[in-house]
Design a protein around this ligand. Structure first.
Ligand SMILES: Cc1cc2nc3c(=O)[nH]c(=O)nc-3n(C[C@H](O)[C@H](O)[C@H](O)COP(=O)(O)OP(=O)(O)OC[C@H]3O[C@@H](n4cnc5c(N)ncnc54)[C@H](O)[C@@H]3O)c2cc1C
Length: 433
């Protein structure tokens, strides 16, 4: 039977596999993690609002009823396109007839990988719990610190990158300090925490209309966030961050400046754009390899007006569905190329627990109405009734009491620069979303 191998069980790979149900194929889906992750709510794990299990599901469980699908936990390290084999870490190889690469993106530091230990990015559950731990440890250490300068640095949190993730992190961290932690410490007032959002460009949320960017900035400032625009970061270290030539002492720095594609283009030795995405054909095949498709954040796909299809979950899902339909048609004898067309549904970002911005093209919304629409949309896209109920309940609780329950410091309670739980490996960051 025709064997389809899918690398990556994120939004693109999982949607492809789902859409292929009933086709006369055998499918092997490989991921280096055992779970599918709902990345849009990762920032809520990092900021103590949700628990890890509320936004991630075992891939094996999600595909349990699909007898033709085999789920493998493994890291792909290369592709032998000549022999049509996917190469796994440890030496295994898996043969394919059709290959779908849906390996997503990772964060990057504009050539400054040495900043990563001081400014972790947000891409995985491990990243989220590392950031959560650092935020909470900053306050714990400040409670024990008698030197006012050191205490100030411990209570200064800097988020680098003013895209949706940076805005969402900054708003929620400000609320955490202002509402959730208030009154629980004896030597510090958590409301004195300084939350700084640093953006190199001239406005926040550059993908949104300027009036929504301006709204987001005002809303963050109302929450007490200091917004620094037009200030590129030139240094991150154990003592703080330098932006616009000014050094700000800070013990908690979070990198939200964007992402770069997975190394899938390198595996195949094909042309990539400046963030490493495979420049695919209009039908999402890899040039010179009609049996290999690339979808989602790892693919460079042209859109209208000279723009690219954005690196967002709906785009990855639409591409996954498109490729599934192409594979079906090919198996039925129709090999004509089918160009992919992207339909953009809109852009959304929240600012704390009471405001959001939504850009649906002609319709633009701000404030609490936007927040409720954002919330309902995200609940809808979560997988499974149980998660929808628990996340709704967690949000209602936070909304009405300000209390966040996922405030656990795990992986040890020692802070400092010798932390052993930092995400390993080079990461990168340029904006895909
Ligand atoms: C913090 C954050 C917030 C976001 N918020 C939003 C949002 O609000 N709305 C929105 O639409 N989009 C959002 N995005 C973007 C969205 O998550 C991505 O566009 C989407 O996940 C892309 O889907 P994908 O299938 O290409 O990659 P992913 O969903 O990232 O999946 C890639 C999969 O491949 C696996 N993988 C990677 N390399 C290998 C390998 N070598 N071997 C085996 N497996 C591998 C990974 O483990 C992962 O499971 C956000 C992203 C982040 C990081």
């Amino acid at each position: 039977m025709h064997h389809v191998v899918v690398v990556g069980a994120g939004f693109g790979g999982l949607e492809f596999t789902r859409a292929l149900a009933g086709a006369p194929v055998r499918v092997t889906i490989i991921d280096r993690r055992n779970h599918h992750l709902f990345q849009p709510l990762l920032y809520q794990v990092a900021t103590t609002s949700l628990a890890t299990s509320e936004i991630a599901w075992p891939v094996r469980y999600l595909l349990r009823t699909r007898k033709e699908v085999t789920t493998l936990l493994g890291t792909v390290v290369g592709v032998d396109a000549e022999a049509k084999r996917v190469l796994l870490e440890g030496g295994d190889a898996i043969a394919y007839d059709t290959l779908v690469l849906a390996t997503g993106a990772r964060h990057a530091y504009f050539g400054h990988d040495e900043w990563e230990p001081f400014a972790p990015g947000l891409k995985t559950l491990e990243d989220a719990t590392t950031i959560r731990r650092r935020i909470l440890l900053g306050f714990e250490q400040a409670e024990r610190e008698s030197d006012p300068e050191k205490r100030r640095a411990l209570m200064t949190l800097v988020i680098i990158g003013g895209g949706p993730t940076g805005v969402e992190l900054a708003g929620t961290i400000a609320e955490l300090a202002r509402d959730t932690l208030k009154g629980e410490f004896r030597n510090i007032d958590t409301r004195d925490a300084k939350v700084v959002l640093v953006e190199a460009g001239e406005r926040l949320l550059p993908g949104f209309k300027p009036e929504l960017s301006a709204y987001a900035k005002d809303a963050l400032q109302r929450l007490g966030v200091t917004v620094e625009l037009g200030r590129p970061v030139s240094e991150c270290n154990a003592d703080g961050v330098v932006f616009g030539g000014v050094h700000l002492p800070a013990k908690t720095i979070i990198w939200a400046a964007g992402v770069a594609a997975s190394p899938a283009a390198e595996w195949l030795g094909v042309a990539a754009d400046r963030v490493g995405r495979i420049i695919v054909e209009p039908d999402l095949t890899v040039p010179g390899h009609p049996e290999i498709f690339a979808v989602g954040d790892t693919a460079h796909v042209a859109w209208t007006g000279g723009r690219l299809v954005p690196g967002v979950a709906p785009a990855a899902k639409q591409q996954g569905r498109h490729v599934a339909e192409t594979v079906r048609k090919r198996l039925a004898g129709d090999a004509a190329p089918r160009p992919f067309t992207y339909k953009h549904d809109g852009d959304l970002a929240t600012i704390g627990k009471r405001a959001a911005v939504i850009d649906f093209g002609r319709i633009k919304l701000t404030g609490w109405i936007a927040w409720w629409i954002w919330g309902i949309a995200h609940i809808y896209f979560l997988i499974g009734l149980r998660n929808r109920l628990t996340v709704s309940l967690s949000w209602l609780w936070i909304y009405s009491t300000g209390q966040r329950s996922a405030r656990l410091i795990t992986q040890g309670a020692q802070g400092g620069d010798d932390e052993a739980d930092l995400p390993a490996g080079p990461h990168d960051a340029r904006s895909l979303r």
